[in-house]
Design a protein around this ligand. Structure first.
Ligand SMILES: [Fe+2]
Length: 264
């Protein structure tokens, strides 16, 4: 937990964050979503088409966030994360006040950066890189580990982190890739009032607690927390399992149906 220093720099950065959010809000979240062509019509019965359709959804649909059809035991997972609040590691310096994390799968609980970061910093050498594995906190997070292992469409986990954003905190606008594509998984464990997750040309992600979403982190995004309770999410990196494409296609079809229903 961090005492957020509300100095001149904090308020100047906060102004930038609010300006970015206002700009994002010019658009609805799914306003610029593309509609798939009929070449994907037979995705349910043809595995090759299913793979191509999933690729199109991830890279070409301009979808800012896709709610996955996976239930999340979020209350239990939040309680598991909350056991370790005093061990969370500050994320990205003073640039993002109130933002910290801890790894349940990774090189260790406190190693929250990717493996190459510790090589670049001279802490590890190329032939001395610790493998990604369940960390020392995993044994105290049985619901989280069970859910990740048996319900999430990833077969080889890299970093899996609980992410804490404290009241008054924010994550400044940034993009994690050069091109738009859904390249990260973000799971809302708690999502208290007063949190806004904005994406460039896509308004706000309509988060409710217990959602797993694939997120386009190629477009600029930021998070602002003006509420009073801790917000805990999880970010998952890893290699896709065999059922991943099916999950993406089914989830996207559900989104299209929802949009059609809301338009009528
Ligand atoms: Fe990001």
């Amino acid at each position: 937990m961090e005492q957020i220093k509300k100095d001149k720099e904090y308020f100047s950065n906060l102004t930038q964050v609010k300006r970015f959010i206002t700009e994002c809000e010019q658009k609805e979240h799914y306003q610029d979503l593309k509609i798939p062509g009929n070449e994907y019509d037979n995705w349910k019965t043809d595995k090759h088409i299913e793979n191509e359709y999933a690729k199109w959804i991830i890279q070409k649909s301009n979808c800012p966030s896709l709610l996955l059809n996976i239930p999340v035991p979020y209350k239990e997972m939040t309680a598991e994360a909350e056991q370790f609040l005093d061990r969370f590691v500050k994320h990205r310096g003073g640039w993002n006040p109130g933002w910290s994390s801890i790894a349940v799968h990774g090189q260790s609980a406190e190693r929250t950066q990717p493996a190459n970061y510790y090589v670049e910093e001279g802490i590890d050498t190329e032939d001395n890189i610790a493998p990604y594995d369940w960390t020392e906190i995993a044994k105290d997070c049985p619901v989280t580990v069970e859910w990740l292992t048996n319900s999430f469409p990833i077969k080889e986990f890299q970093r899996v982190r609980f992410m804490l954003l404290e009241p008054g905190g924010f994550i400044q606008p940034h993009s994690d890739f050069d091109e738009r594509r859904m390249a990260a998984f973000n799971i809302s464990l708690s999502n208290p009032d007063g949190v806004q997750f904005a994406q460039e040309e896509a308004g706000l992600i309509p988060w409710v607690p217990g959602e797993a979403r694939a997120i386009d982190i190629g477009r600029q995004h930021c998070v602002l927390h003006t509420g009073t309770e801790n917000r805990i999410h999880m970010i998952v990196h890893g290699k896709w399992a065999d059922n991943f494409e099916r999950c993406i296609c089914e989830s996207f079809e559900a989104l299209l149906i929802n949009i059609a229903l809301n338009n009528n």
